[in-house]
Ligand binder design. Structure first.
Ligand code: FE
Ligand code: FE
Length: 190
């Protein structure tokens, strides 16, 4: 691991709760494996994976407060679903607190929860690594997605976006419009 990544890892190990930190490492290494498989930049995958949840260092309420203070604009659905807020906040912290200048890495952090239509390879890698990393609890469809992601990443993105939409709808929860857009885009792609 590079010196820079090592520094970030140390900081996050202190800032994040143990479980969140373990998840973070799981995403980092899963993202690196996917980068090897698909020929993406492994260093960027490690960095984005390591930082993807850095916005979760405090409770959602405080995350929203921080966004107000910094001037990050939140959408109506982000205010209704505070679990989404850490993505935008995380990208901002990655840039200004952790010194990440690479826009591709910052975008991968921004879109890791909802995805977006026509994602870059790195965005897809972080989106799906977050979903399948080894510490994730068994949820319906997870095994299938783990089984195909190293053969067809678009299909894996489609399946995970679809199962997120279904999971939220079945639980009577609101679904972010971007998640629906992601699903519709990849449904047509595959
Ligand atoms: Fe997240
Ligand atoms: Fe995550």
């Amino acid at each position: 691991m590079t010196e820079e990544l090592e520094q970030i890892r140390k900081r996050l190990s202190k800032l994040l709760k143990k479980e969140r930190y373990e998840h973070t490492l799981g995403v980092m290494y899963t993202a690196a494996s996917l980068a090897m498989c698909y020929g993406a930049d492994m260093q960027k995958a490690l960095t984005a994976g390591l930082l993807h949840d850095c916005g979760k260092f405090c409770p959602a309420k405080e995350q929203i407060e921080m966004c107000r203070t910094i001037g990050i604009k939140l959408t109506e659905s982000e205010l209704q679903m505070p679990a989404l807020v850490h993505a935008k906040l995380g990208a901002c912290l990655a840039q200004y607190d952790y010194g990440i200048r690479d826009q591709e890495i910052l975008d991968a952090i921004t879109y890791h929860t909802t995805g977006r239509p026509d994602m870059t390879l790195l965005e897809k890698i972080i989106y799906i690594a977050d979903y399948i990393e080894p510490n994730r609890k068994e949820i319906p469809g997870l095994q299938e997605i783990r089984g195909i992601v190293f053969r067809d990443i678009d299909q894996a993105v489609c399946l995970s976006a679809g199962s997120t939409v279904r999971y939220l709808e079945n639980g009577g929860k609101a679904v972010d419009p971007m998640t629906v857009k992601t699903y519709n885009f990849y449904k047509k792609e595959v």
